[in-house]
Design a protein around this ligand. Structure first.
Ligand code: ATP
Ligand code: MG
Length: 414
């Protein structure tokens, strides 16, 4: 029996991983510039955390969570998203006590039982930020700006922002009623899930990706026509700041997110080369979530970007990331009896910060050189009884050197 990686999971191999490292390193450097600090939360949480925040009648909670009982019968869930865990940690560790805006970023894997396709996995990686503690529209603009700055720093070009506001607890109920009315008028043409959700959670219908539903939803009433004066003013300011920062956006009048905790601003960063899974990043405001978990009313905004989709978009745009650092030196032995001398030199080189490799198998000099060639090393040290020979692999020249000088010579060459 051959065992393969579970459906919807991926191995990221050397050769591909360098791109991932570049993505993560760019995020770490850039997010710090914006004063966001890293947070790491557990891979699994109390199931209720997600049920209460994402919402009972969302796809994620209804059918996509990896939920299991532990040996003491506690219900745990592999995290399907990053915002609820960050808010939980924020409250659990009283991070609000410092006052002001608390800014976090995270990098890690998330789990949803979805139908795997290009850019859609069951274990996937997200890089996200959350800014907790202000309802200023300038912070929405900052977060949107950061998402674009991040993606364009990775060399992505064909990006655009889809922007919307879905209102707050004051204006959403009226919109929900209007939407429900509209959906009921077209109820026979909606899919089974959407029919059910027309009653339980009509906003979720807007997120349906089935063709039949999408074409009906084109004529659905827009959240934007129902915003209360405060939400309207907020949205106008977000747009103003985005323009001021020179960022283009397209209004997407029914852009909602698949999670119930969102309020006001919602946005997606779309990459035109990605086909069906075209959102590389998505986010918005979640002004009610901290309070929902028992904290003081604390507005917040954030986004999450999908690493697999960023990597696909980079491939699509031909962004090249080098294969990482090559090994600098190879030690070739003239005979098995020099193995210990080789091991000692290998250790010295590595401890001096010079990357080095050797062959432990006692192979012929010819096959050792073949390995050195494959590694693409700059120097090979041939070790025998009489000190060492240093071969410059690029120039094809070699010279006798004293054994005790090998490390200092190579240090100079590095
Ligand atoms: P989609 O509409 O594509 O399903 P979503 O609205 O469910 O995305 P979010 O929960 O907002 O996505 O997550 C933010 C980002 O994480 C997405 O824009 C996408 O890049 C990535 N993402 C989400 N789900 C997956 C998945 N199953 N596989 C790979 N990436 C994903
Ligand atoms: Mg989804």
């Amino acid at each position: 029996m051959t065992i393969k990686a579970p459906r919807g999971t991926e191995d990221v191999l050397p050769g591909e991983i360098e791109k991932w490292q570049r993505i993560e390193q760019t995020a770490r450097e850039l997010f710090l510039l914006y004063n966001y600090r890293e947070i790491r939360t557990p891979l699994f949480e109390d199931t209720r955390l997600f049920e209460r925040s994402i919402g009972e009648s969302t796809d994620i909670v209804e059918k996509e969570m990896y939920t299991f009982l532990d040996k003491k019968g506690r219900s745990l869930t592999l995290r399907p998203e990053g915002t609820a865990p960050v808010v939980r940690a924020y409250l659990e560790h009283k991070l609000y006590a410092k006052g002001g805006v608390n800014k976090f970023f995270y990098i890690g894997s998330f789990f949803r039982y979805e139908r795997p396709q290009a850019g859609r996995n069951r274990q996937f990686y997200q890089i996200g930020v959350e800014a907790i503690g202000s309802d200023s529209p300038a912070l929405d603009a900052e977060v949107i700006n950061l998402s674009l700055h991040f993606l364009s720093s990775l060399g992505l070009k064909t990006l655009h922002i889809a922007l919307n506001s879905i209102g707050c607890s004051a204006c959403q109920p009226l919109y929900r009623e209007k939407l429900k009315q509209f959906l009921n008028e077209h109820i026979d043409k909606l899919c089974d899930d959407c029919r059910r959700r027309t009653e339980s959670n009509p906003l979720r219908v807007l997120d349906c990706k089935k063709e039949g539903c999408v074409s009906i939803l084109k004529n659905a009433p827009s959240t934007l026509d129902f915003l209360c004066p405060a939400c309207k003013e907020h949205f106008e300011s977000v747009k103003h700041y985005l323009k001021m920062l020179g960022l283009n956006y397209q209004i997407a009048p029914n852009l909602v997110r698949g999670l119930d905790y969102y309020t006001r601003t919602t946005f997606e960063v779309v990459h035109s080369g990605l086909g069906a899974q075209n959102a590389v990043a998505a986010g918005g405001r979640f002004d009610g979530l901290v309070e929902e978990f028992g904290g003081e009313s604390t507005p917040a905004v954030g986004f999450a970007a999908g690493v697999e989709r960023i990597a696909l978009a980079m491939d699509g745009e031909g962004v090249k990331v080098s294969d990482g650092k090559q090994t600098f030196t190879f030690i070739a032995l003239l005979g098995k009896e020099y193995l210990e001398g080789g091991l000692l030199l290998l250790n010295e080189l590595r401890r001096s910060g010079i990357s080095a490799e050797m062959d432990y198998e006692g192979r012929s000099l010819k096959s050792q050189f073949r390995v050195a060639d494959k590694l693409g090393v700059k120097f090979t040290i041939i070790l025998g009884q009489e000190g060492a020979t240093l071969r410059d692999m690029v120039k094809g020249e070699q010279e006798e050197v004293k054994r005790e000088e090998v490390v200092s010579i190579l240090k100079r060459e590095k």
